[in-house]
Design a protein around this ligand. Sequence first.
Ligand code: NAP
Length: 271
Amino acid sequence: MSDSTQQITVPREVRLASRPVGWPTQEDFNLVTSEIAELADGEIRVRNEVMSVDPYMRGRMSDAKSYAAPYELDEAMTGAAVGVVEESRSDKVSVGDHVLHGLGWREVAVMPADEARVVDTSVASASAYLGMLGMTGLTAYAGLTRIAQIKEGDVVFVSGAAGAVGSMVGQIAKALGASRVIGSAGSADKVAHVVDDLGFDAAFNYKDGPVAPQLKEAAPEGIDIYFDNVGGEHLEAAIGALREGGRIAICGAISVYNNTEPAPARATWPA
Ligand SMILES: NC(=O)c1ccc[n+]([C@@H]2O[C@H](COP(=O)([O-])OP(=O)(O)OC[C@H]3O[C@@H](n4cnc5c(N)ncnc54)[C@H](OP(=O)(O)O)[C@@H]3O)[C@@H](O)[C@H]2O)c1
């Protein structure tokens, strides 16, 4: 996104040029200039400052049936963003307000004021409303409390532990009384970050070797909750490590989002 002090006269937006097959490439996207539309009554014009790039967007680039509508080709993509209001024809939102809304992937967005929510950037940064105070924080909290029904003393394992959701899961689990929180991540730096900065009890790098033995070492007595962000091998290993009464919150399966064939859904149970 552009420097927030810079006045944009010719804003740009990112459009989906083609539906990626496997891993997306730069050719699947176009960066184009767009017109600044005149405001109708009740509308606001927002200069975006931060936007969120989320794994669910990969699903929307495909036209397969899903819970969210596919992105249209040759149209600006959408997604959560926070920006500052530059012009308002609404009584509800004033020039200078920061708003959270769904028209990311563009420098300037025009929308009905009812589709934006004013946020207070004096108490938290604009990006916090896209993370811990936004969709990913809510996902972590709801997954742990409503789906996995965390209780004091649980041993919790979370994959994608350094990601937006996973990093919140580990910290919320500790705050709710988990006896041990274990994370997996894809680099030594991320492993150090979740333990040293976020307070996880243990973590391992899933790229160092198979997940099951590394999980067994971190949780020799097994786990009560698995919060799944990645699916695949992690899910198999976690099923094998579950104690009696264990629960799994299936939040996402990022390890298979670029697959062109369905991933096998097998499970390895302990012998
Ligand atoms: N159900 C819902 O309402 C909901 C809402 C939000 C998110 N989600 C899901 O939650 C998951 C995490 O989302 P997020 O917003 O936290 O995304 P994020 O911040 O982009 O984090 C995703 C993490 O996934 C890891 N990853 C990528 N490829 C992987 C692979 N092949 N195997 C293992 N890990 C891999 C990456 O970490 P490493 O570098 O450590 O590999 C990355 O940090 C996604 O599956 C997403 O779809 C679900």
